[in-house]
Design a protein around this ligand. Sequence first.
Ligand code: SF4
Length: 168
Amino acid sequence: MDETTYAADCSKCFGLCCTALSFERSEQFGHDKMAGAPCQYLQADFRCRIHERLDALGYGGCDAFDCLGAGPRASAAFAAENWRRDTAVARRLYARFSQLLLLQEMRQALNTAERLDIPVELHVKRLALLGQVGAEADSGADDVTRSGQAVLNEAKAFLKGLASVLEG
Ligand code: SF4
């Protein structure tokens, strides 16, 4: 697995975490923001106007966030689509971005599980799931996929099962 697999390269992203996701005013975020609405500090070039002062201005949650490469993947898949003017396409972009977040998180979890002292057949299953999750994340799909949801469900059940193996 090369180091770019989980790279959150904001220069190749439409500022998706700053638009697609919601947050509430708290110690981590300075104001309320609804999902699908651009942050008030997001510029037209998709850069953050207060990026250098996030912590100082009470936006530590933005600083701590890591999309694990979901943003650049979703942005690349929709680069040729008119999501800026068509709200239906924008909704599809944000939904796919959210699915990619889950896929990349699961991919990382399955990868990290290589350190676990579990039977070899479970590592074989882990690697098979890792391959499927990776293929879903790298597919370039421009919509939420059923196959992506299916493999996420399967991988979630697998990791839950690992917990009971480790406890036993
Ligand atoms: S979604 Fe990821 S790549 Fe895009 S702006 Fe947010 S952290 Fe950066």
